[in-house]
Design a protein around this ligand. Structure first.
Ligand SMILES: Nc1ncnc2c1ncn2[C@@H]1O[C@H](COP(=O)(O)OP(=O)(O)OP(=O)(O)O)[C@@H](O)[C@H]1O
Length: 650
């Protein structure tokens, strides 16, 4: 049974003020002045690992061991008899650690206090009873063909600080409750890493960093869930680097050292970003190198780089990594030295689109390793298949408080329901409104597929908006350039497919618009998570057609409110129609085909093919076409749509 970290008690409330930059649509939806409280999702607090003046001298592992704790915890998970759920408390102090194993097995076992180890340590352990205890690397499927999957490509230790319920809201309107009270220099981290952390500008750990660091340093496999934009990347990179830095020098100084840390990411942009973060942390570790292997670049170039440069940390997308395992000489051998495997965006990597690649990769790396899985969303189904990569007794660390939302309270979420033929003009109105209201606007418009993204970008550019587009049909160097430009700029709208849905950290995104059905609830949350990062405020709008409304049921636990439709005057309408007329025909044709493929693969909409074709025609009309574009017969057959009335074939 995996063990799981759970908070022991309701967490504090943090006051959070609404945005000072209010979209008029938000103003209309919330005509009153909002002052709302958000539930702070502070995870349990980590016991300090080194007292002041003993910097870096005692790790949580050491500390726990000195009290017999860690070993005790391990025993507790392996032996139900001895290992009934444990709660560790700092005697008289407010910090405590709760270890809950398979509680169901222990129901009715009574409540006993138990001293483990020497009994002299600062912790008391007690046995609890009855505690209750979840694109682009997708491959080039060709849009509109067969299945179009959207593109991108509890209980163990709860460390929680009592009395830490005060809101940590800065004067700048940034809610910093995602940060913990623990500073990195209070932890047992190497001085070289600490210098890198300091240069990166990090002082306090984020909640997820604080909760996971001691467990990872203690050698456990960890499955961690924390909200978007709360520092999960550093949470897995830092302990991985620490593991690396402790390896015997001989292992590190070989001419072609083994790859010791492997980080898998679902998209290329994310892989590059993770490598960049690793480089920041490694600034003062000159002998440790990071390399990236991602699709869309030359295999031979990557092979050369890995041969000539240090590469103890490899960040990869699954498809390309598999390529190297199969085709790069000596690569499989280098992987045999792997100590830490990380699956970033674990739920995405373990879903059907990537599962086969991941299984193959896991089979190529040593069984004796530590595995870390991180994501902002971990659906129950994913927890059940974690065994593909993790040890059975892994720790599940969930910093999203039970019963609280998986999204940030400082991000206002709205949805709009409008017929498809209104979507283009509504989108334009929403954007112009936002641009007028916020000089520092930075918007991401998510579309269902790459070709629909291209169409929308073409349309919006013709209306004079400052647009960039990013999706899997763009060359990798273009994608990297646009991604970097968007990261650094303001006053820009990025029209994107799901290549930007997960993990990418663009600072200060003011608004996220999702046009059409998100692939699933998780994708909705991750897309929305591009705004409201690091406690900043943000807004999200989901635009659906009436027949897409069923999606709202899957996010009904989230604070999403219906927004009124923006008013479009006749002048705007004329401009929109003119822009649509000027959009390239081939973009409309490709978008139509891709749209059909995307919705065909949706379980709800794709079930009734006749209805699907009618809806596709609506979409084609919304682009200003009188007749839907013709589609090659072969493609129609692959989509299971041949002979469906209303389709034109080539
Ligand atoms: N301790 C820290 N203090 C301040 N900023 C931090 C700290 N750790 C990470 N950050 C910054 O927080 C931002 C978000 O981090 P990151 O991208 O790792 O979030 P995430 O939780 O992985 O988000 P997502 O779920 O979207 O992938 C980054 O800009 C990162 O540099």
């Amino acid at each position: 049974m995996p063990t799981e970290l759970v908070p022991l008690r309701p967490l504090g409330y943090a006051a959070s003020l609404p945005s000072s930059r209010v979209l008029s649509i938000f103003g209309r939806a919330f005509p009153f002045k909002l002052k709302y409280l958000s539930l702070s999702s502070k995870p349990p607090r980590l016991p300090l690992m080194a007292s002041a003046g003993e910097k870096g001298s005692v790790s949580v592992e050491d500390e726990a061991r000195s009290a017999g704790g860690r070993d005790g915890m391990r025993r507790s998970r392996k032996s139900p008899r001895n290992g009934a759920p444990l709660k560790r408390q700092r005697g008289g102090d407010s910090n405590f650690l709760q270890v809950i194993g398979d509680a169901k097995k222990h129901r009715g076992s009574g409540r006993k206090e138990k001293s483990l180890g020497s009994g002299k340590g600062p912790y008391r352990f007690e046995v609890l009873d009855g505690e209750d205890e979840e694109e682009d690397e997708i491959g080039n499927m060709g849009e509109g063909v067969v299945t179009v999957i959207s593109e991108d490509s509890t209980s163990l230790h709860a460390l929680m600080k009592e009395g830490d319920s005060n809101a940590q809201k800065s004067l700048l309107g940034v809610d910093d409750s995602y940060l913990s009270e623990t500073r990195f220099d209070q932890c047992s981290i190497s001085s070289l890493s600490l210098r890198g952390i300091k240069d990166a500008g990090y002082e306090k750990m984020t909640q997820v960093q604080e909760a996971t660091l001691p467990v990872i340093l203690g050698g456990d496999d960890v499955l961690a869930k924390a909200k978007t934009g709360t520092g999960k990347t550093v949470a897995f990179l830092l302990p991985a680097i620490e593991v690396l830095s402790k390896l015997p020098l001989v292992e590190r100084e070989q001419k072609r050292p083994s790859i010791n840390v492997l980080v898998l990411c679902p998209t290329r942009e994310l892989a590059n970003q993770v490598a960049a973060e690793a480089n920041k942390l490694l600034k003062y570790h000159p002998s440790i190198g990071v390399q990236v292997v991602i699709g869309g670049t030359r295999l031979t170039q990557e092979q050369r780089r890995m041969q000539t440069n240090p590469c103890q940390i490899l960040v990869a997308t699954p498809g390309r990594l598999k390529d190297h395992i199969e085709n790069t000489q000596g690569f499989a051998t280098r992987l045999k030295g792997m100590k830490v495997l990380v699956l970033d965006e674990a739920d995405r990597l373990l879903d059907m689109g990537f599962r086969k690649d991941i299984e193959k990769i896991v089979a190529s790396v040593p069984k004796q390793r530590q595995t870390l899985l991180f994501s902002a969303t971990i659906p129950e189904g994913v927890r059940q298949i974690c065994h593909i990569a993790m040890k059975k007794d892994h720790a599940f660390i969930n910093t999203v408080e039970e019963g609280s939302e998986e999204t940030h309270s400082q991000v206002r979420q709205m949805y709009l329901i409008a017929p498809l033929d209104k979507h283009f003009s509504i989108l334009y109105s929403l954007l112009t409104e936002h641009v007028l209201e916020d000089a520092d606007y930075k918007v991401i418009v998510f579309c269902t597929t790459a070709m629909v993204t291209k169409l929308v970008a073409d349309f919006l550019s013709r209306l004079g908006l400052n647009i960039r587009e990013i999706h899997s049909r763009k060359a990798q160097n273009y994608r990297s350039r646009v991604s970097e430009e968007f990261r650094q700029s303001k006053g820009l709208i990025l029209v994107s497919s799901d290549v930007s849905a997960r993990g990418v950290d663009y600072p200060d995104v003011t608004l996220v618009i999702q046009v059409g059905l998100p692939a699933d609830r998780e994708q909705y949350i991750h897309r929305l998570g591009r705004t409201g990062r690091k406690g900043k405020e943000g807004k999200g709008i989901l635009m659906l057609a009436p027949w897409e409304k069923f999606f709202l049921a899957s996010i009904k636990d989230l604070p999403v409110t219906e927004a009124p439709l923006p008013l479009t005057d006749s002048n705007t309408q004329r401009k929109v129609e003119e822009a649509l007329r000027r959009v390239e025909m081939k973009n409309k044709e490709s978008a139509y085909q891709a749209w059909l493929g995307y919705y065909n693969s949706n379980k709800t909409i794709g079930r009734d093919k006749r209805k699907l074709v009618e809806l596709a025609e609506e979409f084609s009309q919304s682009m200003g076409l009188t007749d839907p574009p013709a589609i090659p017969k072969l493609i129609l057959r692959k989509m299971g749509l041949n002979n469906v009335p209303g389709l034109r074939s080539l």
